[in-house]
Design a binder for this molecule. Structure first.
Ligand SMILES: Cc1cc2nc3c(=O)[nH]c(=O)nc-3n(C[C@H](O)[C@H](O)[C@H](O)COP(=O)(O)O)c2cc1C
Length: 151
């Protein structure tokens, strides 16, 4: 059975709140298990399962605190399995480094060999309602996930 791996990169909690809400919505729509990773460690993540990454930018485009270790671990990796993934990048458009962390992890995972199955969602916390933005986005992601888990 599919077990979706949800990774959460947060410093002040907004992204965790959104990821928890998203997990509830996904469970209501899909018959799958979900593993929440609030402080993801690369070695314990299942690379045979799909990943959904919620990542806030902090500092000057750095990863949210709960994924700083993961960032360091990822820099030591040469390749990953071709698991399906998608990224929800959280930020504020007033920063030059708007959503840089989410953009970075998206690019890195693709370069390492993972399969991006759906367009990255970028949420501007100054303009967007994060839950509404996710709700608008996730129907397309579910279709993409269904196609790749059924094939
Ligand atoms: C000190 C600080 C630095 C930030 N740096 C960035 C940044 O470089 N790029 C960006 O898009 N947003 C940046 N933000 C905005 C955060 O991504 C935004 O506040 C987000 O909601 C934080 O999510 P979190 O509560 O899950 O940590 C920054 C916020 C703070 C407080």
């Amino acid at each position: 059975m599919t077990q979706l791996q949800i990774l959460v990169g947060t410093t002040s909690g907004n992204t965790e709140h959104l990821a928890d809400h998203a997990a509830d919505l996904i469970k209501a729509r899909l018959d799958i298990d979900i593993a929440m990773h609030y402080e993801p460690s690369f070695d314990t993540l299942d690379q045979t399962q799909p990943w959904l990454i919620f990542l806030a930018s902090h500092g000057a485009g750095d990863y949210g605190d709960s994924m700083l270790d993961f960032y360091a671990q990822l820099t030591d990796v040469d390749a990953v399995k071709p698991f399906p993934y998608a990224v929800i990048a959280i930020g504020e458009s007033c920063y030059d480094t708007y959503c840089s962390a989410g953009r970075d992890i998206d690019q890195r995972l693709q370069q390492l060999g993972a399969e991006r199955i759906y367009t990255r969602l970028e949420i501007d916390m100054l303009e967007d309602d994060p839950e509404a933005a996710f709700e608008q986005w996730y129907g397309g992601w579910i279709s993409a996930l269904r196609s790749c888990t059924q094939s």
